[in-house]
Design a protein around this ligand. Structure first.
Ligand code: PRP
Ligand code: MG
Length: 214
């Protein structure tokens, strides 16, 4: 029997992690999880799991270091346009939005012309603003973006909005939804034929789970 295994990347910690493991479990794939380990294997499916940081996953897929990943569509849009997008997985739904302080008068996107925007999604913001004919100065930060207007770092922000509670707690209001996102299966353009076969089995199982969930 072949020893070939499919390598899947899953978010190391954060909102996608739990639901990603859950969908694999529902697909009948048990993973031996030494919680502290960054790599794990399945006992009953030819799968190796690698726990990685979200933002690093597109590069691993591009290089073919991992074959497939469960990742937010928004991350692929930001830095993985060359990665193959597979099934939408129906969880981790969110928006990528622009927000400004509640006290700011906001009529339309022109109010952000020449302003400073803090974000972890510079490509997405630039593309959006370019389409609208707006120029803004971007401050790229990796987390806690919503604090930026309060500390005088920016006039507005662009980040993920899910429940909206982070915006609310920071006195911000959502003014533009740039895109909607959910977890998807992302596939390396370099996947080998042997692993492609395993991937098809995985996709078949995931589809059954998704059908059962609706
Ligand atoms: C994410 C995201 C938003 C928040 C949105 O941050 O960057 O800040 O969740 O969710 P909500 O609308 O339900 O509040 P996270 O807490 O993962 O931390 P980070 O920004 O430091 O990575
Ligand atoms: Mg955040």
């Amino acid at each position: 029997m072949s020893q070939e295994k499919l390598r899947i990347a899953i978010q190391k910690s954060g909102r996608l992690n739990e639901d990603s493991l859950k969908i694999l479990k529902d697909a009948g794939i048990s993973i031996d999880n030494g919680k502290e380990q960054l790599k794990a294997s399945s006992r009953n499916f030819p799968l190796e799991v690698m726990y990685l940081r979200n933002g690093d996953i597109p590069q691993y897929l591009r290089d073919g270091v991992v074959d497939v990943a469960i990742i937010g569509e928004n991350v692929l849009i930001e830095k993985g346009k060359d990665i193959i997008q597979g099934e939408k997985l129906g969880f981790s739904k969110c928006r990528v939005s622009l927000a400004v302080p509640k006290s700011m008068k906001y009529n339309d996107i022109n109010d952000l012309d020449g302003k400073k925007i803090a974000t972890s999604y510079p490509n997405t913001v630039n593309e959006f603003l370019e389409k609208k004919g707006i120029t803004a100065e971007l401050h790229i930060i990796n987390g806690s973006v919503e604090i930026a207007p309060n500390i005088g770092l920016a006039d507005g922000i662009c980040d993920i909005v899910s429940s909206g509670s982070t915006l609310f707690k920071n006195g911000l209001k959502e003014v533009e939804v740039m895109l909607k996102s959910e977890a998807v299966l992302a596939i390396s353009p370099k996947i080998s034929e042997a692993r492609q076969e395993i991937l098809e089995k995985l996709q078949f199982r995931l589809k059954s789970v998704l059908n059962a969930r609706t």
